[in-house]
Design a protein around this ligand. Structure first.
Ligand code: ZN
Length: 238
């Protein structure tokens, strides 16, 4: 049985070898580690030297003011390393709009969506209190390979996004809304993540998320592991 963590931040771990090794021992055979700032992106390039680890780089909304000049490096970083398989996390976050004004966030996000399109890369979305605006830009730019990291919407929004072919990522935090999403959205549109070490403790925590999904959907753990892993491989071409 192979599990896959669709989203974590390996560069923020004190002991990366331990985190990756522990996950591997427990069956997590694929980890996607995400950048988001100039510093995180540089560190992500190092993280993908680990076996079974792939990465995405991008300038997230919370760094759109401070790190906008790093956007021009992204194309080079993606092209220089075959284990960088997407652009992210990128998007819009209303919670940080005081320091990163909305117009600038939209500009930085749009620029990176266009880079992804040019390079035929998927994008990993970070959206907080801004789902409609984020989806508007995705649709306007006609980018197809999209994963919504730590999906914050409700089951109706999740169903609509799944219908468009986007992937909904389920984090280790349980909620009533998330239970309904898990029940109503087809496994083919679901991936699982830990967002560790920020939310989950280690990438191995993705197994707990799969167990919750298996229970709510009334399917085997193996089916959840297999399909969510396939979904990630299909999105990132790995
Ligand atoms: Zn994250």
């Amino acid at each position: 049985m192979e599990f896959a963590d669709a989203h974590c931040h390996l560069n923020l771990f004190e002991n990366v070898n331990e985190a990756v090794g522990d996950a591997w021992k427990k069956g997590v055979g694929l980890i996607i580690t995400a950048g988001g700032s100039g510093k995180d992106n540089a560190e992500t390039l190092k993280m993908v030297e680990h076996e079974h680890v792939f990465g995405v780089v991008g300038i997230g909304p919370d760094f759109s003011a401070k790190d906008s000049h790093f956007v021009k490096e992204i194309e080079k970083q993606v092209k220089s390393n075959r284990k960088i398989v997407g652009i992210g996390e990128i998007g819009i976050d209303m919670k940080v709009a005081d320091v990163n004004n909305l117009a600038l966030q939209e500009e930085i996000f749009t620029k990176q969506v266009r880079i992804a399109k040019d390079l035929d890369m998927p994008i990993v979305i970070h959206s907080r209190h801004a789902l409609e605006k984020t989806v508007d830009i995705i649709e306007r730019e006609k980018i197809k390979r999209v994963m919504f990291h730590f999906f914050e919407g409700d089951e109706k929004q999740a169903r609509e996004l799944a219908k468009k072919g986007y992937l909904i990522s389920i984090p280790p935090i349980k909620s009533g809304k998330r239970k309904r999403i898990i029940k109503e959205v087809d496994l083919k549109s679901i991936v699982v993540e830990t967002d560790s070490p920020i939310v989950g403790k280690t990438p191995a925590d993705v197994i707990r998320v799969c167990e919750t999904i298996a229970e709510l959907k009334g399917v085997s753990l193996e089916e959840v592991a297999t399909i969510t892993t396939e979904n990630i491989r299909r999105l990132f071409y790995i």
